[in-house]
Design a protein around this ligand. Sequence first.
Ligand SMILES: Cc1cc2nc3c(=O)[nH]c(=O)nc-3n(C[C@H](O)[C@H](O)[C@H](O)COP(=O)(O)OP(=O)(O)OC[C@H]3O[C@@H](n4cnc5c(N)ncnc54)[C@H](O)[C@@H]3O)c2cc1C
Length: 485
Amino acid sequence: MNLDVLVLGAGPAGSVLAHRLAGKGFQVAVVESQSFPRYTIGETLTPGVESLLKRAQVLSSSVSLDFPRTTGNLSAWGSSDLHYSAYSQESTVCGFQVERAVFDSILMASAQQAGASLLQPCRPMEVHPEPAGWRVKIRFQSGASGSIKAKFLCDATGRSRFLARRLRLGVRSNDRLVGLTAYWKQDADVVSADGCNTLVESIPEGWFYTAGLAENRRVTGFMADRDLLPAHLHSCAKRVYSDALARTQHSRERLQRAAWDGMVRIFAANPTLVECVAGSSWLLVGDAASTVDPISSQGIQKAITSALAASVVVQTILTRPNQTGPAIEFYQDREETTYRLHVDSLAKLYSRETRWIDQPFWKRRASHADSAARETGDSSQRQAASSSLNDGTRFRVSRNTRLLLRPVLEDDRIELQEVAVTAKESRGMRYCGQVCVPTLLSLMEDGPNVLMLHDRYEKQAGTVAISRLREVAARLVDVGILSVV
Ligand SMILES: Cc1cc2nc3c(=O)[nH]c(=O)nc-3n(C[C@H](O)[C@H](O)[C@H](O)COP(=O)(O)OP(=O)(O)OC[C@H]3O[C@@H](n4cnc5c(N)ncnc54)[C@H](O)[C@@H]3O)c2cc1C
């Protein structure tokens, strides 16, 4: 078999990547080790995933996901009171509680419809780099084996990281979080006032979550640090899980008229980042590149957005080899930035729980609290500054703003373009609210106000709403690209 791209793993990342590349006319195959439909953990889809999949044409715009909907989250964090936080005021924005066996099969079927071949259940056995790409030996569960030649190899094998391990790539890790998960079935006449919304509750040893699923089932999980749990965890997981559940208040209430199926599964759940996520003929995508703490419920969304970016990177490298360097740099930078922002947001979130600061799980996480608090202080000061802007306010380009050439995603390819860089915006900004920042900066020599700037930008680059330009100016002041005169 001769391919343009071989994708290892058919989770959300592998399927969306295969779909995009097959849709662009590349010869793509996916090797998946398990038979679908197959169980995996991670049921909560944050709002926005469905529309993301529709925009990427992985889901047809006329089809809606047929899973229980959610309207927000419940949490008892920092106090024993339960707070409900809605996704939107009128509950118009929805997330979903999916059955991953079904959801992942939908995504894989969509990749096949776009033209990707699926080899399943099948495993890569050996990978050999060659001058024009890779030779990969595969073996089906049936025992049949074969060899595939591919110009480009993508590792979407989740946390098992088949290729990353073969390439001996280093992994950065933030903590040792693991999840002990279990499923419950509620009595048929139980109607939960929470719907299927996820409930998260902190306890001295970590935190606990539960969420409703279809057919009155509930997923639950106890999250704690592996080194703070017994060394022989596999033999006492049920007891550890039950003890943790017994320490909850709200989760226990939700499970009062429910029966546990008696199983506990253990998953690694710590945020991680592989130090090098792409080369000239390979890349890592989804959890294979980086993982997030499940408290964010962002793993699937991140896997999908990472696959969309990866598809542009692969396309750029295969069709415009002279842009390989910028494409790799773009992807590496994107994964690192996503990870850094995630770790920063975790520090802020965990520091809000101060009741058990003397407990090892919380003490460790409090070590980031000072920097998180400093950052919050910075951003509230910036927000105060931008809220005082009005149409008469005049702006200039800040003294420390530099225009540099950086790889950016432009239409369906990656290329070097000018971006505005400051200390707070070290990655560089090309677009802000669809306004081209370097173009905007080129119109600011005499310190114009928003109205003048709007007039000039429209003449130079096309229509933009004045309200949009006001927001952009405020954001650029926030990140230090513009200063008020
Ligand atoms: C306790 C816990 C709770 C979570 N809850 C949520 C949640 O509520 N919401 C959310 O968005 N995320 C959640 N996540 C994270 C989420 O599950 C992952 O981020 C997401 O599944 C990543 O998708 P992926 O496609 O990168 O990898 P995966 O979904 O792991 O897919 C990898 C695929 O590769 C296959 N594979 C593995 N090895 C090989 C091999 N050698 N050869 C071929 N195929 C192989 C696997 O069979 C699998 O199909 C949770 C994670 C944990 C641990």
